[in-house]
Every structure is written in structure tokens, then in C-alpha cells.
Unconditional design. Structure first.
Length: 253
């Protein structure tokens, strides 16, 4: 008898007991946890704490390359060492290559925060998969993401891109292999393992899309002002002691 599909919500920003229970109720087997502006050691510890026999939590980093006006976000799985935000795209991709990390393209061509055709073409040898759908991709953005995946004949993935707990499990990537560890989940994304992108299709899903998009507006106004002007240097800033000056030559701030 074959293995039932293994469902991964491939990009979430939130993680606590309620999120774990919601993920299990919605039939997920794994989450990829990549919160904003948290250092890799902290992400790993949180992922370890919430993983169990029924749900694998994979630590990851969505690295913010470039400055606030020209951002390119890249999702990296399987990192062996921390990588900061606010470095050049070239610098980040070189470091991912050095670490043999698995590179995913989240929300392609979305606003000014994503890789587009030119960048994906430039780094096609490094890119393991391109996101075909998440709830923030409304209308034309969703169409462009699907077309981009088709144009590059790229391995697709889908995620809830959940910034609020209720969105977890709205979208998933389903593999036809079982994965019992985070490393096995990363390996599934890193290879051409057969997969499909699934999502909930309902009025609540459409409402959830609007909630997530509204949260994006908050995140890029008051929340951003708080990060820049009130809290000072981010823990993922290249000048933080964690990075030991290794990224000074590619830092943009």
C-alpha cells in the first residue's frame, strides 16, 4: 500500500500551541517556520519545541535582501549557519550556495518584495521551487505566479504565508513521500519529488485572503515604523555580533 500524501504548509510566520493544534486539525504533517527578524538559533529552538511525532516543524529564514525601497525576499531551508537581513541579493545567494541551502522563491513578482523573472532566471541553478500560490496573492498576482512557474517549468510549492494564526493550513504542498524529520522535508523540496499544491476552497478562505492582505498593510506601516525608529537595530542586522562581521562587505545598511 502506498504512502498517503504528506502535507506541508511551506511558509508560516506564527507558531504556538494553538497554531500546532490548528495545523493538526487541518491535516498538515509539517510546517516551515520562518518568522521575520528572528535569528536562526532562536528559530531552531522554537521549531524543536513545537515538533512532535504528529507534526514536523522545519526552521527556515525568509531573508530580506536589499533596502526597504528595493527588497527581494528569499526563503532558505537547511541553513547550517545564520544569514542576516539587509544584505545584497548577490551576497545572500552566494552564502546560500556556500551552505548548500535549499532556496525557495516566496510570493514571486509580488509588490516590491519579491524575485521576478530576471532574478529567477539569473539564479535558476540555485532555485529549488517557486511559490505558485498563497492567500496574499490576489487577482493578477496569483495569475502571474502560476504563469511564472509554468514559464520556468519550476517545481511549485504553496503556503499559507500565515502572519495570523487562523490562516495556517489554508494552503499546502503535498508530497507523495513520508517525511519523519525536518531534514527529510528539506530534501523533498530540494529534489524533484512529485508534489501538488492544495488549498481550501470556500467563502472562509476568501475571507482569510482579505485578512492576510489587510495585515500586510499594517506590517508595512506602523509595524515597520516601530522596527526602524523605536526598537533600533534588528537582531538580524548584519552588524549584530552573531554574524561576526562576515557580511560587512555585502550589507546595505
Amino acid at each position: 500500500m502506498g504512502v498517503a500524501e504528506f502535507r506541508v504548509d511551506a511558509h508560516v510566520k506564527v507558531l504556538d500551541e494553538d497554531v500546532v493544534e490548528r495545523a493538526k486539525r487541518r491535516g498538515l504533517d509539517a510546517l516551515v517556520y520562518a518568522p521575520h527578524f528572528e535569528q536562526l538559533p532562536s528559530i531552531r529552538e522554537t521549531a524543536r519545541r513545537y515538533s512532535d511525532d504528529d507534526l514536523v516543524v522545519v526552521p527556515a529564514r525568509e531573508v530580506f535582501t536589499g533596502d526597504w525601497r528595493n527588497r527581494r525576499h528569499v526563503l532558505a531551508l537547511g541553513l547550517s549557519e545564520p544569514v542576516p537581513d539587509f544584505v545584497t541579493l548577490e551576497g545572500a545567494m552566494a552564502e546560500f550556495d556556500r551552505q548548500d541551502a535549499t532556496v525557495l522563491v516566496p510570493h514571486p513578482t509580488f509588490l516590491n518584495v519579491s524575485l521576478g523573472y530576471e532574478e529567477i532566471q539569473r539564479y535558476s541553478d540555485q532555485v529549488a521551487a517557486v511559490e505558485a500560490y498563497n492567500p496574499k496573492l490576489l487577482g493578477g498576482w496569483a495569475d502571474r505566479a502560476k504563469q511564472l512557474v509554468a514559464d520556468f517549468d519550476a517545481a511549485p510549492f504553496g503556503s499559507s504565508y500565515a502572519h495570523v494564526p487562523g490562516s495556517v493550513g489554508e494552503v499546502w504542498t503535498a508530497f507523495d513521500r513520508d517525511c519523519s524529520t525536518a531534514a527529510e522535508v528539506v530534501a523533498a523540496f530540494a529534489t524533484d519529488a512529485p508534489r501538488r499544491v492544495g488549498r481550501r476552497s470556500s467563502v472562509p478562505h476568501r475571507a482569510r485572503k482579505l485578512v492576510e492582505f489587510a495585515h500586510l498593510g499594517f506590517e508595512n506601516t506602523w509595524a515597520k515604523a516601530d522596527r526602524i525608529f523605536l526598537q533600533g537595530t534588528e537582531p538580524t542586522h548584519p552588524e549584530h555580533l552573531l554574524y561576526d562581521g562576515r557580511f560587512d562587505d555585502v550589507a546595505v545598511y
